[in-house]
Design a protein around this ligand. Structure first.
Ligand SMILES: O=C(O)CCC(=O)C(=O)O
Ligand SMILES: [Fe+2]
Length: 350
């Protein structure tokens, strides 16, 4: 990537403002150690209450003492650096396309503006089952398969071991979120049988015009939950719910950044909301990050949970099929569209 192509340039109102720092406010930092021990302890109820508050006020928080072995994270991060350091020709050998949707890609759009990044996607379930077509009446299913590069040779194993850790942590956090909503601890678990979760390795190269382009344009995550490992460079910004200001997420070594996705917004009938975020780039430093997008099975009908709705609080969304939604999103990330991408508000009951 050399000079900035017009395809990368954000509309003026969406450009990052380098002078705006806003580092005073931080997203909450939560210690997960209590979740590793006694399930009925006082420390657990304090933890559940902190998680509930963070979900409500921010939709974003960081966690420490999360139980992910440091060695597995290091190996994953090193593999990602090595992979992106290979030649363009080598990386293109695992390039994704409209049929093989997993693998390497360097031309993703967010809201029809190109992101300053390259990515490598792999799914957690091998294979992952998704609907064959966008047609609501078509029940045919296809399989997505991972494309593993030859170099570095240990990348596949590093990815698979890392994915195991992400699934474990994801289920643990969903249990805590469930408890914070007054639900049974395992209430969410069945949604993740045949999950469509995937992990993305992100590389944001230095950008000559960080004032015009973004690593990822403003967006909300469509799935259930995102667990993000970011390096020491920083660049992630969250749109603060209280005043709409963009707030930087401070890099904390070995912490994970957790954010509520659109599906939790629907399941919780808007008790918790998914929050807009974006990634700034940097003219000197490259940056790496690794989000785990925790998604349910394709056959999940997403709708407000019965326990969280009532006469006084009727469902705010019509049920929608996650597989069809997901496949529609994936497709639109490839093609520049004239229309808005599929969004949960299309299912909103007014
Ligand atoms: O790289 C980051 O910090 C966040 C990336 C992100 O928001 C995404 O890929 O959805
Ligand atoms: Fe995101």
């Amino acid at each position: 990537m050399g000079e900035v192509d017009p395809a990368f340039i954000q509309d003026p109102e969406h450009r990052p403002k380098p002078t705006m720092t806003h580092e005073a406010q931080d997203i909450p930092l939560i210690d997960l150690s209590a979740a590793a021990h006694d399930i009925n302890s006082d420390s657990l109820s304090a933890l559940v209450s902190d998680i509930g508050k963070a979900c409500k006020q921010w939709g974003f928080f960081q966690v420490i003492n999360h139980g992910v072995p440091e060695e597995r994270r290091r190996r994953m991060e090193t593999a990602a650096r090595e992979f992106f350091g290979r030649s363009a020709e080598e990386k293109r050998k695992v390039k994704r396309d409209a049929v093989k949707v997993l693998g390497y890609y360097d031309a993703e759009n967010t809201k029809n503006v190109r992101d300053w990044k390259e990515v490598f996607d792999f799914s957690v379930e091998e294979p992952t089952f998704v609907p064959k077509s966008l047609d609501a009446d078509d029940e045919d299913v296809i399989q997505w398969k991972n494309q593993w590069p030859h170099y570095p040779p240990y990348l596949r194993e590093a990815c698979e071991e890392y994915a195991e850790e992400m699934v474990k942590l994801g289920l643990k956090i969903m249990e805590l979120i469930g408890l914070s909503l007054g639900l049974a601890p395992k209430r969410f678990e069945h949604f993740f049988k045949d999950q469509t979760s995937f992990i993305r390795l992100n590389h944001y190269p230095p950008c000559p015009s960080p004032d015009l382009a973004l690593g990822v344009g403003r967006h909300k995550d469509a799935g259930v939950l995102t667990i993000l490992a970011q390096d020491h460079v920083g660049g992630l910004q969250v749109k603060q719910k209280s005043d709409g200001q963009w707030v930087r997420v401070r890099p904390i070594p070995d912490a994970y950044i957790i954010n509520v996705g659109d599906i939790i917004q629907v399941w919780s009938n808007e008790a918790y909301e998914s929050v807009e975020h974006r990634v700034m780039v940097n003219s000197e430093k490259e940056r790496f990050s690794i989000p785990f997008f925790m998604n349910p099975s394709h056959y999940t009908m997403v709708e407000p949970l019965q326990e969280l709705t009532s006469h006084q609080n009727p469902p705010k969304y019509k049920p929608y099929n996650w597989g069809k939604f997901f496949v529609t999103r994936k497709r639109s990330n490839f093609i520049k569209l004239d229309v808005e991408n599929i969004q949960i508000h299309h299912f909103k009951i007014n």
